[in-house]
Design a protein around this ligand. Structure first.
Ligand SMILES: Cc1cc2nc3c(=O)[nH]c(=O)nc-3n(C[C@H](O)[C@H](O)[C@H](O)COP(=O)(O)OP(=O)(O)OC[C@H]3O[C@@H](n4cnc5c(N)ncnc54)[C@H](O)[C@@H]3O)c2cc1C
Length: 334
């Protein structure tokens, strides 16, 4: 049985570990986190599996990875398959047209159809784009579930253990090491950078949404993802900095303004949580699998950690087991 040590328990590490455990690898997962916790970027994600909408700004490969990953998520965790909706204020309908031109997989919904999908938004927006095939999940529940599935598969789990530079430079103790340290892997991947994302969790009993909704506001584009217990994740800013120390006052104003623009009830909502982290990204904002000796680095998932990581994990497994290399995501030369 081949053995592998996976470093990191964000979504990249957990999906890699589980995919490999299911392919009969003996898996040891070492992570500085206390299991799935707020110390990793993955904790703050929206959990949108929006492989159509993201193509407004991303390369087609993100759509391919996202479609493939959805199958993994459906097999392993609770996924809500209610699609997603994109709307714009009446005066910004040109933005909606532009979004439609850049993406596929939508139907235009107006009037009663829009109101049937999202009764609380029907009267407020004239039309929207409905992406029926997309889904979403609760990222925190999903991370916990993957952790437990790994345990059930017999993987060795070592939470609360941050590997030192010397340990990371030493040869792996297993046949292979999969390094999924997110932004912390900059020591080995110097072209990795952080893109700050800020988000809020609001609670309101006065509005119901069945699916993620994006508001194409010219100054403050935002999305809202409904969660259980009247909670809504409001996200997310995109700022070229790695400073995760605080949310900027301006970002807070913008997120709340957009939420209010989507529905005034959100102006009365309880602010339950404010989150900040930095997404690991390469210069082209596309994820990569890189090889250095017996270590594979899976990193650079940018806005697409949940969207893409199961498909990346599958590609890593294919290479380890059969030498099959997908050049679109993998540099396997060394
Ligand atoms: C506000 C926000 C919203 C987002 N929304 C979405 C979304 O809706 N959909 C989507 O697909 N993506 C989304 N993303 C992006 C997604 O969250 C990231 O792409 C993803 O979390 C990156 O995961 P990762 O596992 O690579 O890194 P991380 O989650 O940061 O995990 C890194 C892990 O490595 C461990 N580690 C680090 N150093 C060491 C060490 N020396 N030894 C041992 N362990 C170590 C850490 O403890 C941690 O467990 C969002 C991001 C943000 C910030």
């Amino acid at each position: 049985m081949p053995s592998v040590e996976v470093i990191g328990s964000g979504v990249t590490g957990l999906t890699a570990a589980l995919v490999l455990a299911e392919r009969e690898f003996s898996v040891r997962l070492i992570t500085a986190s206390q299991g799935p916790d707020r110390d990793c970027c993955s904790w703050w994600a929206g959990g949108m599996l929006s492989f159509e909408c993201e193509l407004e700004a991303a390369e087609p490969s993100i759509g391919t990875l996202g479609r493939e990953s959805l199958a993994f998520w459906r097999e392993h965790v609770d996924v809500i398959l209610a699609g997603s909706l994109v709307v714009a204020p009446r005066r910004d309908q040109a933005d909606l047209d532009r979004f439609a031109r850049l993406t596929k997989g939508w139907t235009c919904v107006e009037g009663d159809r829009l109101a049937a999908l999202e009764p609380d938004l029907g009267g407020r927006f004239r039309r929207g784009l409905f992406y029926e095939s997309e889904g979403h999940l609760d990222p925190r529940r999903a991370l916990h579930s993957l952790w437990e599935q790994l345990r059930a598969k017999g993987a060795t789990l070592e939470p609360g253990r941050r590997l030192s530079g010397a340990e990371l430079q030493a040869a792996p103790k297993a046949d292979w090491r999969i390094d999924c340290r997110g932004l912390a892997a900059r020591d080995a991947l110097p072209d990795l950078r952080g893109v700050k994302g800020e988000m809020l969790i609001l609670r309101s009993k006065d509005i119901r949404l069945a699916r993620p909704v994006r508001l194409l506001h010219p100054r403050f584009p935002l999305y809202i993802v409904p969660r259980e217990e009247d909670l809504f994740m409001v996200g997310a800013t995109m700022i070229e900095t790695e400073d995760r120390s605080h949310i900027a006052a301006r970002s807070l104003v913008e997120l709340l303004s957009s939420a209010y623009a989507l529905h005034p009830a959100l102006g009365e909502a309880q602010v339950v949580e404010i989150g900040v982290d930095a997404r690991p990204a390469f210069p082209d904002n596309l994820p990569r699998i890189r090889r250095a000796g017996r270590t594979l680095f899976i990193n650079g998932s940018y806005r697409h950690g949940f969207l893409a990581s199961p498909a990346l994990a599958r590609r890593a497994a294919e290479w380890l087991l059969h030498g099959n290399c997908d050049p679109e995501v993998m540099d396997a030369r060394r």
